[in-house]
Design a binder for this molecule. Structure first.
Ligand SMILES: O=C(O)CCC(=O)C(=O)O
Length: 265
């Protein structure tokens, strides 16, 4: 990752976040989205999950995590959040690379869905060849520890490769595959990151992470935008599912469905 001056300079965050992101593989940026804007997106995300939600594939182990159905471009209501200029600009600043959207979905972990999200990294589940993949996890409500905030394995992106597990094997042992594949990760430090509504955490696809169950009385509501390198190529491995039937293996991503951050207004 090289240092670049972000195109959207007014949206740039302090250099300490860039340093943290590159050192640990994730960073937490408080208050990136203003309170009134978050309130609006919270309503829209909830409505979209209620009208067109499904059970999230990432749950493993029985969590009832609900998500808006893929692909994001079928939900006009969510387009403004997927193309959020500040969130996109920060993703490019952190990675130092030109990026495009890969996916964007709202997720609700309902009260007393107490099953944690499995330990995983995202690369194994991503049917792309790309110089970088990064997720922005946008908190639409306050997420204290008891509501199931994210837990990261700092520095886990620096482990020796290969960084992808076999997707078919990982699927059949979803709750245990990560520590089975990279046993040393089980014994490293873990960082639990409670967040306020409007905060955003960013993490690389090679970083191990999970989240706790929701033992609280309120839904945990978040929006996850996944970005990939502007030059990314669709390259599914055995076991990958992807709903865009117009994409052929080896093909670059279409600008209309996978917009470049530089095209956001
Ligand atoms: O929201 C969660 O529980 C997990 C999120 C996640 O895995 C991700 O953002 O990559």
């Amino acid at each position: 990752m090289t240092d670049t001056t972000p195109k959207n300079a007014p949206y740039a965050v302090a250099e300490e976040y860039v340093t943290n992101f590159r050192e640990y593989g994730f960073t937490h940026i408080p208050g990136l989205i203003a309170a009134d804007e978050v309130a609006r997106w919270r309503e829209i995300a909830l409505d979209t999950i209620e009208s067109d939600g499904r059970r999230a594939g990432m749950g493993g182990g029985g969590t009832a995590l609900r998500t808006t159905s893929d692909p994001w471009w079928q939900h006009d209501s969510l387009s403004g959040l997927v193309r959020h200029p500040r969130v996109g600009a920060v993703a490019e600043q952190l990675t130092g690379m030109p990026l495009r959207v890969w996916s964007g979905q709202a997720y609700a972990k309902h009260p007393h869905d107490e099953v944690p999200t499995i330990w995983h990294e995202d690369l194994t589940w991503t049917p792309l060849d790309s110089p970088v993949n990064v997720n922005a996890w946008i908190a639409l409500v306050d997420v204290p520890v008891e509501r199931g905030c994210l837990v990261f394995l700092p520095n886990s992106h620096k482990r020796p490769g290969p960084h992808r597990a076999d997707t078919v094997a990982a699927k059949s042992n979803a709750t245990t595959y990560m520590f089975a594949e990279w046993p040393e990760l089980e014994w490293g430090p873990r960082v639990t990151v409670p967040v306020r509504a409007g905060d955003v955490t960013f993490h690389l696809s090679t970083v191990g992470h999970s989240s706790g169950g929701n033992t609280s009385e309120e839904a945990r509501l978040a929006f996850i935008t996944s970005y990939t390198g502007a030059t990314a190529v669709f390259q599914p491995r055995p076991g990958h599912l992807h709903l865009d039937k117009d994409l052929e293996p080896g093909q670059p991503l279409f600008d209309d469905r996978y917009p470049r951050i530089s095209s956001f207004t």
